[in-house]
Write a protein that binds this ligand. Sequence first.
Ligand SMILES: *[C@@H]1O[C@H](CO)[C@@H](O)[C@H](O)[C@H]1NC(C)=O
Ligand SMILES: *[C@@H]1O[C@H](CO)[C@@H](O)[C@H](O)[C@H]1NC(C)=O
Ligand SMILES: *[C@@H]1O[C@H](CO)[C@@H](O)[C@H](O)[C@H]1NC(C)=O
Length: 508
Amino acid sequence: MEPSKPSFLRNVLVKAFLFCVIMILFRFAYVVTLRGESCDLGDFCFFSKPEALNPIVGTGKIAASSAIISVDGEPKLDLYTRKEWRKAVDFYSSIFQDLIAEGYLDQKSKALCVETLTGQDVFALKEIGVKDTIGISKKASPPLVTSGQTEKLKFKNNSFDFVFSGNGMIDQSKNQMNFAEEITRTLKPEGFLVIHTVFKDTYSFNSLLDLFSSCELIRFREIHGFDSSMPEIREIVFKKLPLSSIHGGIAKFHGNLDNKCFVPEHKRELVRSAEPLIVEEPLKPWITLKRNIKNVKYLPSMVDISYKPRYVYIDVGARGYGSSIVSWFKKQYPKQNKTFEVYAIEADKSFHEEYKTKKGVKLLPYAAWVRNETLSFEISHNPDPSSEERGGRGMGRIQPVKSKGSSVREVDKIQGFDFANWVKNTVSEQDFVVMKMDVEGTEFDLIPRLFETGAICLIDEIFLECHYNRWQKCCPGQRSSKYEKTYGQCLDLLNSLRESGVLVHQWW
Ligand SMILES: *[C@@H]1O[C@H](CO)[C@@H](O)[C@H](O)[C@H]1NC(C)=O
Ligand SMILES: *[C@@H]1O[C@H](CO)[C@@H](O)[C@H](O)[C@H]1NC(C)=O
Ligand SMILES: *[C@@H]1O[C@H](CO)[C@@H](O)[C@H](O)[C@H]1NC(C)=O
């Protein structure tokens, strides 16, 4: 039987139709597998973005975009069908549902997710009904994420009920202090802030908490992450303090009436894990003490020193630039890639010239003392051997100018300043501060003054040379007559520091 004309036509039409279907399917596969992220092909596109999905930009009203989730529950954009995406969304959904159950979040909350990569957290919030949610990231990812920097948020003060920072993004910020300040600024008083961070150690955890001075810590817990980039997450929930009780960050720490600082247990623990003090008076101090520097357990070798707004090194009795700043601090002190501000405190004029050409070092050409006053300064012509090694004249004991007339030794007049007061005006509790002190016996005045004023609490780690009537290298069996204190008194000073939770090491 010959095919009739119409059936021939039908055959052709069916073939043409099948061809079209195959082409369409092929293109579909191409769009999904190759284009990945977004459907932005001008000529041909399966997934047009619904109107309500238009990116939420600017500071204007934030549109509620419930249309993200389509009627039949199938996500609309190709990205949202990916397995990894769904896994992340499910992870965030369960996190947020817990927070809802605990009362830190509800569907009426106005929420912000900062540094969200492609907006899985934003998506999860919208999906569970927190519709008024916006995401922000360096790179926009419409429609969920608008572009902007967390360190400089484009939202007004007190805008959100809930702010979320996931994925350890605060750890990666170059300016963690600003990051913390900005997210608390945009949070309403009594609003909740949830941070996902990498837990390193208790010291760095506490440094992180210190960045949120206008918040109270509600709780923290460990959770498993959703991929290998962050297998373990520490989740921290903060509540922003009501307006009435926010006192400007730093003032909180210095405001103690009795100038006593609270030393947390984790700092005491660090002191306990430090190298032991040398209990027996060394017979050859010029060898024993110098070698001891190899046993020192530096603070940054025990803990992570991230989350600090500033890193400061104060060299009290710095002598020459090459002496301890270069030969020890720059070369040996573990700095975890942080840039330190360096202060050199040195009263001896003969060292001042070389500091003029050194960048990144601030010289204070005065003597660290307990108050502002003019002092007499002995220039010792036969300094002890260890100080000779580090070059230059040894700086003698200092004393108020009125107490003693000049005797046989040469005496210079120098300006002394209130060191403890200067420390309090220069650094804050949140800063990371290392101090080396080599002041020819004046430590017996300066250290008690640091305690008295509370300035001691601002210093994280101290390297202290304690001066006593030590055995002399030159003359066996003879003690140095330069200092009156004994080794026992030095040990008492060092022990009192450690017992107060101050990490002090013996300097030579
Ligand atoms: C917003 O808050 C910051 C500190 O959180 C404050 O310095 C600033 O003055 C506030 N701005 C306005 C407009 O209130
Ligand atoms: C310091 O930086 C270098 C290179 O930028 C890097 O290889 C190293 O791991 C960093 N060290 C620390 C302790 O972060
Ligand atoms: C000491 O001098 C410094 C610098 O001139 C000044 O800021 C400080 O207030 C003075 N301290 C006292 C107690 O007078």
